[in-house]
Design a protein. Structure first.
Length: 478
């Protein structure tokens, strides 16, 4: 559901450009009291000492919860998000088991009398009710309540919203025009085979799958009407996300328009490597002609305990840093694979596509062969049937002794990102209009997640650089 929410269309650019800088010193401590209840205590020192106490309760037990010691850095920190709007079948099965489940959240701030609460009620497998409440003496009428009715389908998400503040009524929706998940075949059945080669004209027993099925185009809009002040609101957004078929690197582009205010915003985000991401955003107002260009990037640092994960036989892009040192290993792997290819009655081998082997910390005992998407120039992957298991589940080739996991280059690149052992990340962003630079370092110190950063800006009077914000925060969860 996260990828289908309209407000998350620009989540990647916000994480890379608008990341928050800690103010003062802050400590968060969280723990699981029971399988259904989690508690969090926060203490901060920013001119004055203040804190908060929060709880999270679910009607079903929480599973697979990780503390700060075990969670991966890329999961704990907001960054580039690969768009996957449609959950897989396993997720849908789990959703059927939590129908009617309830989540309750509450937080009390001290000193003071500020309270906030949230309730999520799962009505059906695709529908849920979300209620947020805030009690704050600094808010009009001492508080406000917002109600969301959300329906998440594979191709769209719709939200009906009501807020007691200004009696606000809203409707938000996001539609996925081309969803790659719908084009994928059943995982239990191999792709269909074609006995005619489109280029050579010869009959070959090869499997083909669509090549251009890794892009998602999403279009959404939101409409608001404040009944008390009779004020309307309207905005629209478009998001295009794809992954390179030759390198597997994902990228995303968004365009947001507010016709009533005349505001136009465009973003471009790309995963330049396994450990780095770049993002840019350009804002323009058609009424005032005001514009702003913002740029941000993040660079992950590998842990000293583990070496970086690499493609061990990358025939697509051998010029990359990850693959130069593995060129000789890759050639040997291809030769061994061709030697194990069965020979037909005419004495010729079946055409073997270039493959890419990948090793990860959790799968050293498996050989991952990755389909080379540029082996042919048409719109299909051409795959030797020896790469797929036979109908009776037996394989009499090399794969019988060494299990092979077939995956595209896009999936392999994503596995490298998710399974890499990072120790820290450095983020930087700048705004040319605001003339400011933000630097943030987030990493692991023992069992704590540490975040520290600084924000520089030019003084409006003498144009000298000054520190606008500086702080450090510690988070611990068990």
């Amino acid at each position: 559901m996260h990828d289908n929410i309209f407000s998350n269309v620009t989540a990647t650019s916000r994480a890379l450009i608008e990341f928050p800088i800690p103010q003062g010193c802050k400590v968060d401590v969280s723990s699981m009291a029971t399988g259904y209840l989690a508690l969090t205590f926060t203490l901060s020192n920013n001119l004055t000492v203040n804190g908060s106490l929060a709880y999270l309760y679910t009607s079903i037990p929480l599973q697979n919860t990780l503390g700060t010691r075990d969670i991966s850095l890329q999961d704990a920190i907001s960054g580039f998000k690969v768009i996957d709007p449609q959950p897989d079948k396993k997720s849908n099965t789990n959703n059927n088991n939590i129908n009617g489940a309830t989540l309750l959240y509450g937080r009390m701030y001290f000193p003071g009398s500020c309270l906030e609460a949230m309730m999520i009620k799962k009505l059906t497998s695709q529908t849920q009710l979300l209620v947020k409440c805030i009690n704050n003496p600094h808010v009009q009428n001492d508080g406000t309540m917002i109600v969301y009715l959300q329906k998440n389908a594979p191709r769209y998400l719709r939200e009906f919203i009501f807020s007691t503040n200004e009696l606000l009524l809203g409707f938000r929706c996001l539609y996925n025009l081309n969803n790659p998940q719908e084009q994928q075949q059943q995982p239990d059945h191999p792709p269909q085979t074609s006995h005619h080669h489109p280029q050579s004209g010869t009959n070959e027993d090869i499997a083909i799958i669509p090549k251009f099925d890794n892009s998602v185009l999403s279009i959404g809009t939101e409409i608001w009407y404040a009944a008390r002040s009779l004020s309307p609101g309207l905005s629209a957004s478009m998001r295009y996300s794809t992954r390179s078929t030759s390198t597997g690197k994902p990228l995303a582009m968004t365009l947001s328009v507010n016709p009533m205010l005349g505001h136009i915003s465009s973003t471009y985000s790309v995963k330049t490597s396994v450990a780095s991401t770049f993002c840019s955003r350009y804002d323009f107002n058609v009424y005032s002609y005001a514009s702003n260009l913002q740029v941000g990037f993040e660079v992950f640092n590998y842990s000293k305990k583990h070496s970086p994960n690499t493609f061990t036989n990358h025939t697509v892009n051998l010029s990359s840093k990850e693959n130069k040192s593995l060129r000789s290993q890759g050639q040997k792997a291809n030769n061994d694979f061709k030697a194990a290819t069965p020979i037909d009655t005419k004495g010729s081998q079946h055409p073997v596509p270039s493959v890419i082997a990948i090793r990860t910390p959790t799968s050293f005992s498996h050989n991952h062969s990755i389909i080379n998407p540029i082996e042919k120039l048409d719109d299909y992957f051409h795959i030797s049937p020896t790469l797929f298991p036979s109908q009776n589940g037996s394989q009499k080739t090399l794969e019988a002794e060494s299990p092979v996991v077939n995956e595209t280059v896009m999936d392999a690149f994503q596995h490298l990102v998710s399974e890499s052992d990072f120790s820290s990340v450095f983020k930087c962003s700048t705004s040319f209009k605001d003339k400011q630079v933000k630097l943030l370092w987030e990493g692991r110190a023992k069992d704590f997640l540490v975040s520290t950063g600084v924000k520089f800006r030019l003084n409006s009077n003498d144009l000298n650089p000054e520190v606008a914000k500086f702080g450090i925060s510690f988070s611990y969860a068990a």
